[in-house]
Design a protein around this ligand. Structure first.
Ligand code: NAD
Ligand code: MG
Length: 391
């Protein structure tokens, strides 16, 4: 029987890589829902090619465009944030959560209630509501598979191992676009410069987050939520070649490293086929040609985001939601040109400070409503901090 699959965020970088893998064996899959936002042409094209039951755009205003693009195909059209979340409730055996940002939280939670498999690329939902998402999945019997190169690597290094024997987990960071820039020039970095990654081809937001190290900062929190290790067991190492994705250190001193080319189809394919391993169309590494792998300690002066992630983990409660919302707001402002590159981490730091002293909601029970409330308040605080800087 064909496996029923849905892809939330189908038009993005992870979504398109997922579609690439599924299209290569389309007879094995029965596509239920594909969701997107502004790129209606891509959404409709994929929904028609994959014979999806429904295509959903998060944008209410684009429903007519989507209907027109799907006309005569038999694919149902829907629009709006609510419709995206509802599409995640349609029965499916495997659901990819690959929306970018906190917008992926409600649909991801909905998918986690199905009791099947949730392939989780949307790291923001773990950063802002990790315990809620993981408990929801556990309660429903949903298997959560990491779709982040580092976390897929950790998952694979842990196969057959006892978590109690894990001493530390090391995630690697390429260092992003500004790894070798003089620190004093970072403040002048432009959007175009921050939007190009030395090794990975990804969506624009995560590419900029790689340059600022906010991506790695989020991944430290993601590691904690996914694998339940203590924050002091998680390390970051700069590894410019992006060949080793993560290492797990055990009580006997052994380090198990996961090595592979920088291609997200590995992590996606692993999550798709687990517990099996199947052939994947990724490059096979020629180690002699690569010659050497380099490592260096991350510089917290260059990348304050790493320190902010530690503070966020120490504070606990719903500070993850504050961290994520502040980061998303600062990134929005950087993209439209209202904030300098290094000011993003300053805005996040100020927002964390402000919310920890002025917001009682931080300690409230972690429900979707409370997380969204904290997210809303943190965005307001971050906007105010950003505007003050611009003024
Ligand atoms: P992207 O920007 O390329 O795609 C984002 C997707 O989300 C698109 O389909 C878009 O239509 C949809 N979307 C955007 N705003 C939305 C909204 N408000 N409501 C509903 N849908 C919305 O992003 P990406 O690079 O594919 O990343 C997706 C997620 O995967 C992110 O959480 C990212 O951190 C994570 N991730 C990506 C990579 C990568 O290689 N790209 C690697 C690891 C993790
Ligand atoms: Mg990653």
């Amino acid at each position: 029987m064909a496996r029923k699959v849905s892809i939330l965020g189908a038009t993005g970088s992870i979504g398109q890589n997922t579609i690439d893998l599924i299209s290569r064996a389309s007879q094995e899959y029965d596509v239920v829902a594909l969701t997107g936002a502004s790129n209606i042409a891509q959404l409709a094209q994929d929904a028609i090619a994959l014979k999806a039951d429904v295509a959903v755009t998060a944008r209410d205003d684009l429903l007519e465009d989507l209907r027109r693009a799907l006309d005569g195909s038999g694919v149902e059209a829907a629009a709006g944030a609510q419709a995206v979340t509802e599409s995640a409730a349609r029965p499916a055996d495997w659901i990819m959560s690959a929306i970018v940002g906190a917008a992926g939280l409600a649909p991801g939670l909905q998918a986690a209630r199905q009791g099947t498999t949730l392939a989780l690329a949307n790291k923001e939902s773990l950063v802002c509501a990790g315990p809620l998402l993981m408990e929801t999945a556990r309660g429903a019997g949903t298997k959560v598979m990491p779709v982040d190169s580092e976390h897929s690597a950790i998952f694979q290094a842990l196969i057959g191992e006892d978590l109690a024997a894990v001493e530390r987990i090391i995630i690697t960071a390429s260092g992003g676009a500004f790894r070798d820039w003089p620190i004093e020039e970072l403040a002048q970095a432009t959007l175009a410069e921050a939007s190009s990654h030395p090794n990975w081809d990804m969506g624009q937001r995560i590419t900029i987050d790689s340059a600022s190290m906010f991506n790695k900062a989020m991944e430290v929190i993601e590691t904690r939520e996914f694998f339940g290790v203590r924050p002091d067991q998680i390390e970051v190492i700069v590894h410019p070649q992006s060949m080793i994705h993560a290492l797990v250190g055990f009580s006997d001193g052994a380090l198990m490293a996961h090595v592979g080319p920088p291609d997200m189809r590995h992590a996606i394919g692993f999550a798709l086929h687990h517990p099996d391993r199947r052939h994947l169309p990724v490059e096979r590494l020629d180690l002699a040609a690569i010659g050497q792998l380099d490592f260096r300690a991350p510089d917290e002066v260059r990348w304050p985001a790493l320190r902010l992630a530690r503070e966020t983990l120490e504070a606990g409660g719903m500070m993850g939601a504050v961290f994520n919302a502040a980061k998303e707001t600062a990134l929005d402002r950087f993209i439209v040109g209202g904030l300098g590159f290094t000011e993003m981490s300053q805005v996040v730091a100020q927002t964390l400070d402000h919310m920890s002293t002025h917001c009682d909601h931080i300690d409230a029970k972690m429900t979707l409503d409370n997380v969204l409330q904290v997210d809303h308040l943190a965005r307001k605080a971050a906007k105010a901090a950003a505007v003050k800087r611009a003024g």
